[in-house]
Write a protein that binds this ligand. Structure first.
Ligand code: TEU
Length: 526
C-alpha cells in the first residue's frame, strides 16, 4: 500500500507471557502456549503482537531482569519455539515485537557477575559504581522505583552500584561504548531471526546526568499522583536520573539498524505531557512511543477529552493504550467495561497504533490476588497499594479449574476469581460480549485503513466526544445521559456501533457509553 510503513496500519496486542497460556502444566505461560492461541488473536484482528520478556531471568521483576539477551528461559520454551512463533504469527499476518530491557540487566547476567568480582574487572565499567559518601551512605539521593535508595553497597569491592529498580536490576553504564556495541549486536541477532521490532523498555532512561547530582525534592503540592512506583519516588524531581536528552543518541543508533530490517521501535516513554513526549518520536529516532495519559486515572470524561486532544495533536504516530501489565486495568479504574469500550472506540479511530492488553478484549477488571500471594516486587512498598499483580493474573480461556490456562492446580499467580462470563469460551459466540464488540471494532478500524489524518475534533456538548479524520467520524457518549447525535451533513454509513452488531444506520441518539465509527459515503451537496 503506497509507501506507508507497515506498522502505521497495525493493530497491537500485548501478551504478558507468564499469564497467557501454559502448554506444559507448570503453571507458567509459555511460547508453545502462545502459538496455540494465535488463532484467537487472528480472529480478533490483531496484526502486531508485543510479547513481554522471554529471556533467561531470575524473575525478580518477571523477566524485566534479563540474564541472557540471546537466550530463552526454559519456563517459556526454547529458541526453536521463538522461531516457530515468528513463522506461525507471520503465516497469520501478525508481526511480532519483543521487549528490549537495557536500562539495566539482571544481577545474574554474566557481565554483572564478572563486574562485581573486583574494581579492575574488565566488565566493571559496564555498570555504574561509586565510592560511598563521606558518612558511608549512598553516593547521592536517588531512589529506586520500588522503594528505598537506588544504590546498594557491594561489600566485596567496597563500592555502591546504581539500580533505578530493584537491587537485582543493576543499571548499565551507557557512557561505556562497549555497552552500546553489545546492544547493537543483540538487536541484529533478533532481527536476523525475523523479529519485527522492539518495545523499548524505559526508553527515556538509559543515560544519566554525568555528574550524578542529587535530585531536587518537590514541594508537597507538586508531587504527582501516579501508580506503578513507590510513593517516595514521586517526591523527587527526576531531573538527573532519567530523561537525559542523550538517550536519543542511542535511539538513533537503533533506528539505523531497525530501518535496515524494516522493523519498528516503539518506546516505553513514561511522559504524560504530550509535547515533551513527542520529542522522542523522530525521523531518526523511535518510530513511535506509547502514550500513558489514560493509564493513571479513574473515570474522568473531561480528562479523557482534554488529554486525548492534546496527545493526538502532539505527534502523529503514538501507540495508544488504556491498560498494561504495570497499572490497574481500565475496567477497574473506570468501574465498567462499557466505559473502557467507549474509550477504546475513540482510540481505534486515531492515527497511530492502538494496543490492547491481554484480557482487555474480554472487558476484564483486575483479578483478585489475596495477601500472601503477592509476586510483584512493588507489592513490598506502600502496604501493597501499588501492586501490579491484579493486572497480571492468568487469561481466562474457559470456565473451570485452571481456566484453560493451565492443567496445574495452581499458577505462578492466583487465577484471580474469574467468572464463567469472563472467559473467551463464553464470550466468543455472544454478539453483545466485550470480545465480540472488540472484534467488530477492530474490523471497522481495518476497513478504514489509510483514511486517517490528524483528527478534527467535533464541537461537542462536553458529554459526547467525537472527531473526524478523513471521511471517518468517531464519537462516544461519555456521559450518564442519552444525547442526540448528528455527524453533520452528507450520507453516512455506520461501520461500527457498540450497541448494534448489525448496524448500518447512524443512530440519532447515543445512549450512555455508546460509541460509533462512521464513514462518509458522499460529501454534502452544495
Ligand atoms: O516499566 C517502567 C516503569 O516503571 C514505569 O511504568 C514507571 O511507572 C514510570 O517510568 C515512572 O515514571 C518498565 C516495565 O514495563 C515494568 O514492568 C518493569 O518493572 C520496569 O520497566 C523495569 O524494567
Amino acid at each position: 500500500m503506497r509507501d506507508r510503513p507497515w506498522w502505521q496500519d497495525a493493530i497491537g496486542y500485548q501478551v504478558y507471557l507468564p499469564s497467557f497460556q501454559d502448554s506444559d502444566g507448570d503453571g507458567w505461560g509459555d511460547l508453545p502456549g502462545l502459538i496455540s492461541r494465535l488463532d484467537h488473536l487472528h480472529d480478533l484482528g490483531v496484526t502486531l503482537l508485543w510479547i513481554s520478556p522471554f529471556h533467561p531471568s531470575p524473575m525478580r521483576d518477571h523477566g524485566y531482569d534479563v540474564a541472557d539477551y540471546r537466550g530463552v528461559d526454559p519456563r517459556y520454551g526454547t529458541l526453536d519455539d521463538v522461531d516457530k512463533l515468528l513463522c506461525a504469527a507471520h503465516e497469520r499476518g501478525i508481526r511480532v515485537v519483543a521487549d528490549l530491557v537495557v536500562n539495566h540487566t539482571s544481577s545474574e547476567h554474566p557481565w554483572f557477575r564478572s563486574a562485581r568480582r573486583s574494581r579492575t574487572d574488565p566488565m566493571r565499567d559496564r555498570y555504574i559504581w561509586r565510592d560511598p559518601a563521606p558518612d558511608g551512605g549512598p553516593p547521592n539521593n536517588w531512589l529506586s522505583h520500588f522503594g528505598g535508595p537506588a544504590w546498594t553497597f557491594d561489600e566485596h569491592t567496597g563500592q555502591y552500584y546504581l539500580h533505578l529498580f530493584t537491587p537485582d536490576q543493576p543499571d548499565l553504564n551507557w557512557q561505556n561504548p562497549e555497552v552500546a556495541d553489545e546492544v547493537d549486536d543483540i538487536l541484529r541477532f533478533w532481527f536476523d531471526r525475523g523479529l519485527d521490532g522492539f518495545r523499548i523498555d524505559t526508553a527515556h532512561y538509559l543515560t544519566k546526568h554525568p555528574g550524578l547530582p542529587d535530585n531536587p525534592w518537590l514541594a508537597a503540592e507538586d508531587v504527582p499522583v501516579q501508580g506503578g512506583v513507590a510513593a517516595e519516588w514521586l517526591r523527587q524531581d527526576h531531573r538527573y536520573d532519567i530523561e537525559q536528552p542523550s538517550a536519543m543518541d542511542i535511539h538513533r543508533r537503533w533506528r539505523a539498524i531497525a530501518d535496515f530490517y524494516h522493523a519498528v521501535l516503539i518506546g516505553e516513554v513514561y511522559i504524560l505531557d504530550p509535547a515533551r513526549l513527542a520529542t522522542y518520536v523522530q525521523a531518526d529516532g523511535l518510530h513511535s512511543t506509547f502514550w500513558f495519559g489514560l493509564v493513571e486515572s479513574g473515570w474522568a470524561p473531561e480528562r479523557v477529552a482534554t488529554m486525548l486532544r492534546a496527545a493526538a495533536a502532539a505527534a502523529p504516530n503514538l501507540a495508544w493504550v488504556q491498560s498494561s501489565h504495570d497499572r490497574k486495568r481500565a475496567v477497574t479504574r473506570y468501574g465498567s467495561a462499557r466505559r473502557a469500550i467507549a474509550v477504546a472506540t475513540l482510540l481505534m479511530g486515531l492515527p497511530g497504533i492502538p494496543f490492547l492488553y491481554n484480557g482487555e478484549e474480554l472487558g476484564l477488571p483486575d483479578g483478585t490476588v489475596p495477601p500472601g500471594h503477592a509476586q510483584d516486587p512493588l507489592a513490598a512498598a506502600d502496604g501493597g497499594s501499588q501492586s501490579r499483580d491484579g493486572a497480571r493474573t492468568p487469561m481466562p480461556w474457559e470456565p473451570g479449574p485452571g481456566l484453560g490456562f493451565t492443567t496445574a492446580p495452581a499458577a505462578w499467580l492466583p487465577f484471580g476469581d474469574r467468572r464463567p462470563g469472563d472467559t473467551v469460551a463464553e464470550q466468543r459466540d455472544d454478539p453483545s460480549s466485550p470480545l465480540s464488540i472488540h472484534r467488530r471494532l477492530i474490523a471497522a478500524r481495518a476497513r478504514t485503513a489509510c483514511a486517517r489524518t490528524a483528527p478534527l475534533w467535533l464541537e461537542d456538548s462536553g458529554d459526547v466526544l467525537g472527531y473526524r479524520t478523513g471521511p471517518i467520524v468517531v464519537a462516544a457518549n461519555l456521559s450518564e445521559a442519552p444525547h442526540p447525535f448528528d455527524p453533520g451533513p452528507g450520507r453516512w454509513r455506520c461501520e461500527f456501533d457498540t450497541d448494534d452488531p448489525e448496524a448500518d444506520r447512524v443512530p440519532a441518539e447515543l445512549a450512555p457509553g455508546q460509541a460509533v465509527m462512521l464513514r462518509q459515503e458522499a460529501a454534502a451537496a452544495g
